[in-house]
Structures are given as structure tokens and as C-alpha cells.
Design a binder for this molecule. Structure first.
Ligand SMILES: NC(=O)C1=CN([C@@H]2O[C@H](COP(=O)(O)OP(=O)(O)OC[C@H]3O[C@@H](n4cnc5c(N)ncnc54)[C@H](OP(=O)(O)O)[C@@H]3O)[C@@H](O)[C@H]2O)C=CC1
Ligand SMILES: CC(C)(CO)C(=O)C(=O)O
Length: 298
């Protein structure tokens, strides 16, 4: 059986910081947070402040690693790609020279085709998972974890090995043989939550307002039609979406707009528009939010 001794969490954002903290708290693998941002620097200098609704704040003494400190990564090492999909080309270019064939690589990022893109850039198979929970960093050195969460991994020995070191009562790790359905389910959630939060500047618990249900229905019906054309049935309804997104988190696309950096829209609603065209369908609602987000964030 594969075993993971060391985890390199690549991408020191909200998701990466929370995962690194959970790994650290489990204590089953040595964990390093790899990044370069002001947030990463603050964690390096002063630890991570982990905040979780209903829990006391905790300071987590995460080990950090700068890009020029990364050693050769081989057997027993796992890399979790957790930064923005838009940063993958630069991240993979830095990572590739360090990666031995035996190291495991997982992408836990949102967006369609991210796994294939990472695999192409790294010239190796990449495992994947979808993170069904919210995370947010509102100030350097701090991260909110809207847990407990679920992580659904593509089934296999690598997923088993990651679950051994990552699973806890705060994060249930599941495996699925039908990863495509899990990926599309999460994509559908993101196609509703992310552009609406981005455009309207609303947290999750306001996105569930019935006033927005027609907009969610319009987006979701197009996502489902495109998914069907791709051979996937998406088992999401607006009702289920409204039950899922009850927390205080603000979807990550809003953070992109607030920080003035490119959004992941091309991997989310933009992917629906492209695939609709490929199948001779139209996706006007997804096209609309894609152009609005591009106007706000690029
Ligand atoms: N946030 C969420 O709830 C969820 C997010 N995801 C997905 O996870 C991936 C990462 O998203 P998320 O963690 O939200 O992204 P963040 O916006 O928190 O972080 C993205 C990158 O921004 C840089 N960064 C972090 N903090 C700061 C700061 N204070 N100032 C300037 N730059 C900063 C980091 O760069 P560096 O690494 O170079 O240090 C980091 O990798 C995306 O694909 C997203 O869609 C998936 C599920 C839930
Ligand atoms: C599910 C959601 C919307 C978490 O809030 C997310 O994946 C994101 O913020 O990108």
C-alpha cells in the first residue's frame, strides 16, 4: 500500500491553509505550506490563525517552504495543488523539476479540466478531489474553515494514502469510482455560487434567497444540459443548493474581484459556454455571468 510521510500543500490561500492546518493537527504526515504571498509570509513569521465557527480560535504552527527551498520529491511525498487554477502554468513550471515519478500529486482546485491541465503541464498522471466546504482568508495569516467538510477523491491507492493522513472528524474523505460525476456536481455548485457572489458581493447564506432562484434555475438548467451532452447526470437542484450553502463563507470568486486578480470563470461558467457550443447548444445565462465577471475581474 502507498504511504504518505510528507505533504506539500502548494498554494497558500484559504483552501491550502485550512488543509495544511488539518494535516498538521492530525500529525500523521509532516506538512509544509508552499507559497509566496503576503499571507504565506505572515504564516511563516507568526503561525496560522485558524478560525472556525463555533470553536475557539487556534494558532497553528505550520511549517512553511519557499519555492527555492523545495527538495527533490519522491516516494512518500504528496503534493496538494490548492491555489487558483489560473496560476497552474507558473506553479507547475516551478514544481516539475522537483517532482520524481514516485511522488503523488493531487489537484483539489475548482473548475472543469483542471486535473487534465495539471497532468499535461506536469507530464504525469494527477489525482483529483473536490472540496465540499468553504474556506476564506480575510487578512494575511488568518483563515476561516467552514467545516466540518467533505473531500471526494478519485478512488485508488493514492486516495487511500491521502485519506490516511488527512481524514478527521472535521474532514470526511470519501472515494468515488465515478469521479466525473463528483467533478460535475461541484462544478454545478460553483456555476451558481461563484458568479452570483462575485457580481452581487454576497455571502453564501444570502445566495440562498428565493429572489435569486430564477437566476440559479437558468444557470443550472444549462449546466445540466451540457453535462448530459457530456454523458453526466448532475444531481443538483436549486432546492438542494439552497440547503447546502447556509454558512457565512463568501465564494472564492468574490475574493478574486476584491484582490483585483484574474478569476477562475473560464474554468467554471466559461467551460459551460465552450462545451455548449461544442454540442450545438446555447448557454446564455452562463455566457452572461461569464462576461460580467470578466468585466469585474478579468
Ligand atoms: N475558498 C473556498 O471556499 C474554496 C476554494 N476552492 C478552490 O480552491 C482553489 C484556491 O482557492 P482559495 O484558497 O479560495 O484561494 P485564495 O484566494 O485564498 O488564494 C489563492 C492564492 O492567492 C494568494 N494569496 C493568498 N492570500 C493572499 C493575500 N492575503 N494577499 C495576496 N495574495 C494572497 C496565494 O498565493 P501563493 O500560493 O503564491 O502564496 C494563494 O495561492 C481555487 O481553485 C478555488 O476555486 C475549492 C473549494 C472551496
Ligand atoms: C462551494 C464554494 C462556493 C465554497 O463556498 C466554493 O467552492 C468556492 O468558494 O469556490
Amino acid at each position: 500500500m502507498k504511504q504518505i510521510q510528507t505533504v506539500w500543500v502548494v498554494g497558500a490561500g484559504a483552501l491550502g491553509s485550512v488543509l495544511a492546518a488539518l494535516l498538521h493537527l492530525n500529525g500523521k504526515a509532516q506538512t509544509y505550506l508552499l507559497g509566496a504571498s503576503p499571507h504565506w509570509q505572515k504564516v511563516r513569521d507568526e503561525d496560522l490563525l485558524l478560525q472556525q465557527p463555533g470553536r475557539d480560535d487556534r494558532r497553528i504552527p505550520l511549517q512553511t517552504c519557499a519555492w527555492d527551498e523545495v527538495p527533490e520529491l519522491g516516494a512518500g511525498h504528496a503534493v496538494l495543488l490548492t491555489g487558483k487554477a489560473t496560476d497552474l502554468p507558473q506553479v507547475c513550471a516551478r514544481l516539475r523539476p522537483k517532482l520524481g515519478r514516485e511522488a503523488l500529486v493531487f489537484t483539489l482546485q475548482n473548475g472543469l479540466g483542471v486535473r487534465e491541465m495539471a497532468g499535461g503541464l506536469l507530464e504525469r498522471p494527477v489525482e483529483a478531489g473536490v472540496a465540499l466546504f468553504g474556506a476564506r482568508s480575510v487578512a494575511p495569516g488568518q483563515a476561516f474553515f467552514f467545516g466540518p467538510g467533505r473531500l471526494i477523491l478519485s478512488a485508488g491507492p493514492a486516495a487511500q494514502a491521502l485519506s490516511e493522513v488527512l481524514a478527521s472528524e472535521d474532514l470526511v474523505c470519501e472515494q468515488t469510482e465515478d469521479y466525473k460525476s463528483a467533478e460535475w456536481f461541484k462544478l454545478a455548485v460553483n456555476c451558481l455560487a461563484n458568479p452570483l457572489a462575485g457580481i452581487l458581493n454576497l455571502p453564501n447564506h444570502q445566495l440562498i434567497s428565493p429572489t435569486l432562484d430564477p437566476a440559479k434555475e437558468a444557470l443550472l438548467s444549462e449546466v445540466k444540459a451540457v453535462a448530459l451532452a457530456e454523458g453526466v447526470e448532475v444531481e443538483l437542484s436549486v432546492e438542494r443548493f439552497n440547503q447546502m450553502l447556509r454558512g457565512d463563507n463568501v465564494p472564492s470568486m468574490r475574493t478574486d474581484i476584491d484582490r483585483g486578480r484574474p478569476s477562475e470563470i473560464d474554468f467554471i461558467n466559461g467551460a459551460i459556454v465552450r462545451l455548449a457550443a461544442k454540442h450545438g447548444l446555447t448557454a446564455p445565462a452562463n455566457q452572461l455571468v461569464t462576461s460580467l465577471i470578466k468585466c469585474l475581474a478579468g
